[in-house]
Design a protein around this ligand. Structure first.
Ligand SMILES: [Zn+2]
Ligand SMILES: [Zn+2]
Length: 377
């Protein structure tokens, strides 16, 4: 990668991770875009659970810029860029949602069209900001969108839902991809294990797809949110406190069969074992919540065979799904309480209180507002 050029007049700030729990602001010249790239100003960036893991040192990444959920404003278009990744014309000043990883178009996976598995997905992220173009991730005032990073112009109707739109490239795109992969159909019954961010997004997507939705969690507030996001039935794990009790309850809602589809978004290994009991014979199961390495569980694989259950997994997504996610949000933003999912706003300068409040779960999700950006929209 050649070293590019920085603007001589303009600098920007970014949140630099020096080591565990050690963040600081650093200032760099704003890069001039390569011909196929786009330089943006960050309008919103959210604090996702994955950044908390990196910040706490649960992940080896350091000497890098943080962030991945973002909404940006085009400030400098590369000479060759006239359209977004869906062919919509773009110009400076437009709000855009970027995918947080690239699809290189030249690895074995991209060659097969399996873009979610691109071997070079994080080529540009995780680098030191000393490496040009410095703004490798969106916790900062600027973000650099490389040639193979998909980005989509924000539908005008979402202009006043900025932090919700900033989250579209993470949970909503992830669940839309996973739900497509597991083949959820109209009139299917689906049991969703976990009503966190992924679970609530899965609930609203499944509901809009015309499925009958059952959501399991143990936190009262989350079950109420699940109902607001379209859950037809909720199961409180404190009330139904064994796997057998929950499986019986799911069968009560599904004519004695079990659910057609199960979606694991609780992120605990035991949920996978339980999910197999909640799904009907011949059903399908989407494993999406367990991603951290080193967590295992006793499991009888014969249960899968005897029940003829198809297992699907999803991590990352086909970047084209973000265009669908934005359209989905455009059509449903007034019908569901998305704003509850991003319930705290911090000026970018208050990154440390934002991280601490997120770690202490004093909030559902924080959004960061860079200097000069209008809050509360
Ligand atoms: Zn995220
Ligand atoms: Zn690739």
């Amino acid at each position: 990668m050649s070293t590019g050029v920085d603007s001589e007049a303009e600098t920007g700030q970014l949140v630099y991770l020096d080591g565990p729990r050690d963040v600081e602001f650093r200032e760099y010249g704003v890069p001039t875009p390569e011909p196929d790239a786009v330089v943006t100003e960050v309008v919103r960036s959210n604090v996702c659970g994955s950044e908390l893991h990196v910040w706490k040192g649960d992940h080896p990444l350091q000497d890098c810029v943080l962030g991945h959920e973002a909404l940006c404003r085009i400030s400098d278009l590369g000479d060759n860029v006239e359209r977004d990744s869906a062919g919509t014309p773009v110009s400076e000043g437009d709000l855009v949602a970027p995918v947080y990883f690239q699809t290189c178009q030249s690895c074995e996976f991209c060659r097969r069209g399996e873009f979610y598995a691109c071997a070079n997905d994080y080529e540009h992220t995780g680098k030191s900001p000393e490496v040009w173009p410095h703004f490798h991730a969106p916790w900062g005032t600027h973000y650099y969108i490389h040639q193979n990073h998909h980005f989509y112009r924000l539908p005008d109707t979402l202009e006043n839902h900025r932090s919700v739109a900033a989250a579209a490239n993470c949970a909503l795109s992830q669940v839309m991809f996973g739900i497509n992969e597991v083949g959820l159909e109209y009139n299917d019954t689906v049991v969703i294990q976990g009503a966190g961010g992924l679970g609530l997004n899965a609930t609203v997507v499944a509901n809009e797809y015309g499925a009958e939705t059952i959501v399991i969690d143990s936190v009262d507030g989350r079950l109420e949110q699940a109902a607001a996001f379209g859950a037809d039935h909720v199961i409180d794990m404190d009330e139904y406190d064994t796997v057998d009790a929950r499986a019986d309850r799911v069968r009560e809602f599904t004519d004695g069969l079990g659910a057609d589809v199960g979606i694991e978004v609780a992120g605990v290994p035991a949920a996978f074992v339980e999910g197999v009991e909640l799904v009907r014979k011949g059903g399908r199961y989407l494993e999406m919540g367990n991603v951290r390495p080193g967590y295992d569980v006793d499991f009888d694989p014969g249960r899968l065979t005897r029940k003829s259950i198809d297992i699907t997994t999803a991590v990352e997504y086909d970047p084209r799904v973000l265009a669908d996610a934005l359209e989905f949000l455009e059509q449903t933003v007034d019908d569901y309480p998305y704003d509850q999912l991003i319930d705290a706003e911090f000026p970018l300068a208050e990154i440390e209180p934002a991280l601490e409040a997120s770690e202490n779960r004093d909030l559902t999700r924080a959004t960061l507002v860079p200097p000069g950006e209008e809050p509360s929209r």
